[in-house]
Design a protein around this ligand. Structure first.
Ligand code: AQP
Length: 332
């Protein structure tokens, strides 16, 4: 059976982009594949995390997975640090991946910014750990947002180089699953940058924990242009903010951009924003409420993660035995 692996960082401010680009697709895939969904805490610490916040955000993200509809008995739901095989395999991949490959990673350049010399080594090697997350389970498919495409190409390169170097057919060449009309949700304040957890402006994103009033206010304040909405998708060219809001509506309505424009073409943004608020509150409200309920039961959340961790270790153990044997690392 094909196997899915995907992860989300517990770095707080979980937002609509994480939901539409990743988590919602996780839920849809759980009936078709064997799935491992991971709270990637080791990735989160590649930039500074306050320990108390990290613990809170790990539980909150787990609550979001479950509240969005992931079934912990059907899927493995775990946090990355519960399974040491991720870090072990990442070290081996540090010795397989080439510096030149990592130097091309745009996410490192964006996140390290001008202060590159002061970025952590972990942030630089992040894509190797991501490849290890996936390949420790020989996962074949990885549902992600558009921004992770380059890291998945690197994962394919690492698998291929490992297989070639050792003359084996050990690792699969993974397929990204970039699904739906909102694979890259943009900031509500700037249609040219992606909606992001680390954007200092809370108004740039809709958080999964936002209540109806906050959602309404953020959509009302979302940047637009002075023209009414076009009737066809071509009319969104060169209008990134309009395209973003229409894409979000289409994704939340489970429809297509063209259908949304058939309904709202010619409307003013004030009218469209009211409809967008209604659908966002209807879809996200119950998830936020369920997250709050689950967060009141930290022992339950921790038990889901511990159980998932044990199941994950059992899945990766035979893969790691194969890797150690292939590389020539002696195990007692
Ligand atoms: N804006 C987005 N639109 C669609 N999908 C998105 N994802 C992230 N942002 C968007 C997808 O969410 C999953 C988890 O992402 P992550 O936790 O690894 O964080 P990230 O990709 O680095 O992006 P964030 O959430 O905005 O965090 P920061 O601010 O730290 O960069 C991935 O599948 C991702 O594609």
């Amino acid at each position: 059976m094909d196997r899915i692996f995907s992860g989300v960082q517990p770095s707080g401010n979980l937002h609509l982009g994480n939901y539409l680009g990743a988590i919602r697709n996780f839920v849809r895939l759980q009936d078709q594949y064997e799935c491992i969904y991971c709270v990637v805490d080791l990735h989160a610490i590649t930039v500074w995390q306050n320990p108390e916040d990290l613990r809170h955000n790990t539980r909150e993200l787990t609550a979001a997975f479950i509240a969005a509809g992931l079934d912990p008995s059907k899927n493995v739901i775990m946090n990355q640090s519960q399974n040491p095989h991720h870090a072990e395999l990442a070290w081996i991949f540090n010795c397989v991946a080439r510096l030149g490959w990592l130097n091309r990673m745009t996410q490192f350049k964006e996140k390290a910014g001008k202060n590159r010399e002061n970025a952590s080594v972990g942030l630089y090697a992040y894509p190797n750990l991501m490849a290890a997350d996936i390949l420790a389970y020989k996962a074949t498919h990885v549902p992600v947002g558009e921004d992770q495409k380059q890291h998945l190409e690197l994962c394919r390169d690492i698998a291929q180089k490992f297989n070639n170097d050792f003359g084996v057919d050990l690792f699969p060449i993974v397929e990204p699953l970039i699904l739906g009309p909102a694979t890259r949700v943009m900031s509500l304040r700037d249609g040219s940058s992606k909606m992001s957890k680390s954007d200092p402006s809370d108004n740039s994103r809709i958080n999964l924990t936002d209540g109806p009033d906050a959602i309404a206010q953020k959509i009302r304040r979302a940047r637009t242009d002075p023209e009414p909405l076009p009737s066809e998708a071509d009319g969104l060219d060169g209008r990134p903010e309009a395209a973003n809001l229409v894409g979000i509506y289409a994704a939340l309505a489970d429809g297509q951009v063209a259908t949304v424009l058939q309904e709202f073409g010619g409307s003013l943004f004030s009218e469209f924003k009211n409809a967008l608020t209604d659908i966002a509150v209807a879809k996200l409200g119950p998830i936020g409420e369920e997250m709050q309920r689950l967060m009141a039961e930290p022992a339950y959340i921790d038990s889901v993660l511990a159980d998932g961790g044990a199941r994950a270790r059992a899945l990766s153990e035979p893969v790691m035995a194969e890797v150690f044997d292939t590389v020539g690392l002696v195990r007692g």
